[in-house]
Design a protein around this ligand. Structure first.
Ligand code: SAM
Length: 313
């Protein structure tokens, strides 16, 4: 494996998210438990968390590494392979990117307990969790594992869970499951990049947790999404509204899905989400395939997305 990389390797999180992680560790982490960085990839989030630890300026760090970093560390998604190619790393599908993660951490490696493997195989955590940063709830089952295994390890009134994919319309089970836990969590921060941040306020009874996390079902997605849209507020809810339109579509009510998407298309000011044009155009193609005949609509969305990628928007 040949790796040619520069100093700042980047990652999938936005700068605002990296800054937020640093701040939250500095302000919030007591050192009584651990921080879980789940889906750390090549370490952008891990390094932000480490910067937060450094800023705390604690004389004594706990004997165990404060951060547990979990990833399968193999390039098993096309977008991962593409990202690695983009930073000059010659890693093919199925190969490991663990050496890049370790090199990226450098002298900070002792602060991190590295768990390389599938979440369900390496994800058991016995310590108290003060902060969990989640970027691998990519299926309802993985999301269920995260919430079922880790929420009971969290400290009521203190611990935070950052869902990095909360606003991604392709992962509606995250908003769905958190909607079932609203009596037990509060919203610490409604939106940083694509992340939403929740605080565990009180212990969650096992049956409530089980129902919320393993109850992903398109039929009750709609009331859950409605509850969550109201909870986070209209300012940040546009991606959740897309999830709602897509839920109507998959339940067979395409007329409703179309009218919801038309409302979004009619907005004169697009929401601030960096990926909004991409998300909206993907939803339009799924729900209104005939839009291909309306080149103006698709072209406008495509161009706005293209312009964004070129840094013109
Ligand atoms: C979008 S990337 C994470 C980006 C990262 N948080 C950053 O700061 O750049 C998602 C990561 O989750 C990992 N992942 C996805 N499913 C997983 C699973 N079932 N077990 C372990 N890791 C998984 C992938 O290998 C990938 O590195």
């Amino acid at each position: 494996m040949r790796v040619v990389v520069g100093d700042d390797l980047g990652g999938f999180i936005e700068d605002s998210e990296a800054d937020y992680y640093e701040q939250i560790v500095r302000r919030h982490f007591r050192g009584e438990g651990c921080i879980v960085d789940a889906g750390c990839f090549i370490g952008a989030s891990t390094k932000a968390l480490i910067r937060g630890l450094e800023a705390r300026n604690q004389q004594h760090e706990p004997p165990e590494p404060p951060i547990i970093a979990i990833d399968r560390f193999t390039a098993s998604d096309h977008y991962v392979v593409e990202f690695l190619a983009g930073i000059g790393a010659d890693i093919r599908f199925g190969e490991s990117f663990l050496p890049i993660f370790l090199r990226n951490l450098g002298r900070d490696t002792p602060r991190v307990e590295v768990r390389a493997g599938e979440l369900v195989q390496v994800g058991r955590v016995d310590r108290a969790i003060e902060l969990a940063v989640i970027d691998l709830a990519k299926t309802p089952a993985l999301n269920g594992f995260v919430l079922q295994r880790w929420l009971p390890q969290m400290v009521p009134g203190h611990s935070l869970i950052i869902h990095q994919d909360f606003y991604s319309p392709t992962q509606p089970w995250i908003a769905h499951s958190m909607a079932g836990l609203l009596d037990y969590v509060s919203l610490e921060h409604d939106k940083v990049g694509e992340s939403a941040v929740f605080r565990l306020e009180r212990p969650i009874p096992a049956n409530v947790l089980r129902e919320a996390t393993f109850g992903w079902d398109r039929r009750d997605a709609l009331p859950c999404l409605d509850r969550m849209i109201e909870f986070v507020g209209t300012r940040v809810a546009a991606p959740l509204r897309l999830m709602r339109a897509l839920a109507f579509h998959s339940l067979g009510d395409n007329a409703k899905a179309r009218s919801l998407l038309e409302e979004e298309l009619a907005q004169s000011t697009p929401p601030p989400d960096q990926k909004w044009e991409k998300w909206l155009s993907a939803a339009v193609v799924a729900v209104m395939p005939e839009v291909f005949q309306f080149n103006a609509v698709l072209g406008r969305l495509y161009w706005r997305h293209g312009a964004q990628r070129l840094g013109h928007a």
